[in-house]
Design a protein around this ligand. Structure first.
Ligand code: SF4
Length: 401
């Protein structure tokens, strides 16, 4: 969007009251991530400089902010439709009253991350991989966040001593070869701190892969500077492969700035994967996910997972049925490149891990052949080779009526 349009959207909305602070910026400021960090939208007055705040949003802010702060970068706010309270970008960023509805199924720690924490800031659940929480702040606080219990709380930060304990644990556990660097958002750390982390990993020979989990590509693409891309390139080696995992949830997030940021990451030799969270009103249709995934492929981001919304407290209004996710995957498979078809997963509550959930393409598995249904509903028979091909009559059945 042109800078002038963003500015005029941002300046005339304040419900007739005087703007507390004039909104203005230069091209250079807009291009600098530090400016967006410093001008994050943290209160109602700032929010009203960008959108026509509804009474529901006003009340929701007052009631939710003490437990889960609002924090929106000017860049992300510029993507919001100022007059549509159901804008999919707005739903992800602005508090809504249903966040206060807690269902019987909701859990404080839906993925059981605390119970598998081996040292502060490190969860070790799967045999060969761990999850490292570097910090608990983010460029934006997403309303669907599964870690609301501690994200946005500055008192729950992982400190330097904890970092050392984490490195010691990793060095003592040769079975661990893969570290997911998460948070909060690790890109809230300075490049120097990130370089220190990669440096430590480079010293541990059994750490072969690491996945940087960050939403900055979506909410603050300006953070992905040439210097940061250079840092990634510096630490990519034959011994340590770095991947970038992110969360684009809607095609409106695939902007010019996002494209440029992804280009910098791609040119550093870092593969990017997308982990979309399935959310009611945001992306719960085949059309939206198809458009998103096509754009992601153009940005060289591989659609990797669709997550069923977790059972975290305060996100039940986003939750769709599991069937919705299955139908979305059914609507993608065969209609677009397999590269654009992510795996739909449900993270089993209480630490059960990711369970893949797929449309059923198997009609019958018994006997001398397997009967399959293709994406158009046509039925095909494929031989079970263990029996020997000569015992099987080739057959292609017509589609079911
Ligand atoms: S960036 Fe990630 S950790 Fe931070 S609020 Fe959003 S979803 Fe939660």
């Amino acid at each position: 969007m042109a800078l002038d349009t963003i500015k005029s959207n941002a300046s005339h909305l304040y419900k007739g009251r005087e703007l507390k602070k004039a909104i203005d910026w230069s091209e250079e400021e807009w291009a600098h991530w530090g400016w967006h960090q410093r001008h994050r939208i943290r209160n109602l007055e700032q929010l009203a400089q960008w959108i026509d705040v509804t009474e529901d949003e006003e009340e929701a802010f007052i009631k939710t902010d003490p437990v889960f702060h609002m924090g929106i970068t000017p860049y992300y706010a510029s993507l919001i439709d100022p007059y549509d309270e159901n804008c999919p970008i707005r739903l992800q960023a602005v508090p809504k009253m249903p966040e206060l509805d807690i269902s019987n199924w909701d859990l404080d720690d839906p993925l059981g991350e605390e119970s598998d924490m081996v040292v502060p800031g490190l969860t070790h659940r799967y045999p060969d991989r761990v999850l490292f929480y570097t910090n608990h702040n983010c460029a934006m606080y997403c309303r669907f966040c599964t870690r609301k219990r501690k994200v946005s709380d500055p008192t729950s930060m992982t400190n330097k001593r904890a970092y050392q304990e984490i490195y010691d644990y990793l060095a003592e556990h040769p079975e661990v070869n893969d570290v997911v660097i998460s948070g909060g958002d690790p890109l809230s750390l300075a490049d120097k701190r990130l370089a220190d982390i990669f440096e430590e990993f480079s010293k541990i020979p059994h750490i072969k892969y690491c996945r940087l989990g960050s939403r900055n590509l979506v909410t603050l693409p300006q953070r992905v500077t040439d210097d940061f891309a250079h840092l990634l390139k510096t630490y990519q080696s034959r011994h340590l492969s770095i991947f970038f995992n992110t969360h684009y949830n809607h095609p409106k997030e695939c902007t010019e700035e996002a494209w440029d940021a992804c280009d910098r990451v791609a040119l550093s030799g870092t593969p990017m994967n997308n982990q979309m969270v399935l959310m009611k009103g945001v992306n719960d249709s085949v059309e939206t996910v198809s458009e998103l995934n096509r754009k992601l492929l153009q940005m060289r981001v591989r659609p990797y997972y669709i997550y069923q919304c977790d059972l975290a407290e305060g996100v039940s209004h986003f939750r769709t049925s599991v069937k919705t996710g299955i139908e979305i995957v059914r609507g993608l498979r065969g209609y677009m490149s397999g590269m654009a078809v992510p795996q739909f997963v449900v993270d089993a509550p209480g630490g059960g891990g990711k369970v893949p959930v797929n449309p059923n393409y198997i009609v019958d598995l018994d006997g001398d052949s397997i009967v399959l249904r293709n994406f158009q509903g046509k039925i095909y028979r494929y031989p079970e080779t263990e029996l020997g091909f000569d015992q099987i009559t080739p057959e292609v059945m017509l589609p079911e009526s």
